[in-house]
Ligand binder design. Structure first.
Ligand code: PRP
Ligand code: URA
Length: 214
């Protein structure tokens, strides 16, 4: 579903995604289930997002005869989780796209200023010729996502999409202002940020819930 006030945003609201997201948000959901659900939701979202991947024909032999099949065209796709919480989305998507390469961008949000601090960057070679999915469960102020995309663009990336579970208007607006060329996919667009920069109703601190820290 495209959301009219944000031309860059697509909310992927399949019933299974909505069902799983509700369990994910519930404060009673334990770390083990949280981790599993993040992976499952990411996989379902990736399935919907990849509907438009270009294909090329390929000649194969079945056990019975020759045929022309198809395969995804171009260089291997790259998943780029923003550390830490984005890591939780990698395995689910890699189940669907096992050939995907994985890059990593380390960014944390300074608790006082809410500004992103980058501490690690490593992506596969040839980013200019690859489809890149940047992964992070939360798009709050949008600072981390916008900085991650800027770092990828400096490295030469041209075809970038951003995939999150929960977005809020401020974060989607930041992405639209700084990277209007980067489509944002979310499982939900929530109401607002609180005064500490957490999304309401949200799901809390994604990294802490995923890794059992706190
Ligand atoms: C969280 C989340 C995003 C960021 C979103 O990470 O995973 O990366 O905050 O906030 P923003 O849109 O306002 O930048 P956090 O800084 O808590 O780091 P962590 O994953 O290492 O815990
Ligand atoms: N980061 C999180 O993990 N949760 C929020 O609600 C906002 C930023």
């Amino acid at each position: 579903m495209a959301t009219s006030s944000f031309p860059n945003l697509t909310v992927l609201d399949h019933p299974l995604i909505r069902h799983k997201l509700t369990i994910l948000r519930d404060r009673r959901t334990c770390t083990k289930d949280f981790k599993q659900l993040v992976g499952e939701i990411a996989m379902l979202m990736a399935y919907e997002m990849t509907k438009d991947l270009p294909l090329q024909t390929v000649d194969i032999e079945t056990p019975l005869e020759h045929m022309q099949g198809v395969q995804v065209a171009g260089k291997k796709l790259v998943l780029v989780p923003i550390l830490r919480a984005g890591l939780g989305m990698v395995d689910g998507i890699a189940h669907l796209i096992p050939s995907a390469r994985v890059g990593h961008i380390g960014i944390y949000r300074d608790h006082a200023t809410l500004k992103p601090v980058e501490y690690y960057f490593k992506v596969p070679s040839g980013p200019d010729a690859r489809d890149i999915f940047v992964l992070d469960p939360m798009l709050a102020t949008g600072g981390s996502a916008a900085d991650a995309v800027a770092a990828l663009k400096r490295a030469g990336a041209q075809r970038i999409r951003f995939l999150c579970l929960v977005a809020c208007p401020e974060g989607v607006g930041t992405m639209l202002a700084q990277h209007p060329d980067v489509p944002v996919y979310a499982a939900a667009l929530d109401r607002q940020l609180n005064d500490k920069g957490y999304i309401l109703p949200g799901l809390g601190d994604a990294g802490d819930r995923l890794f059992g820290t706190r």
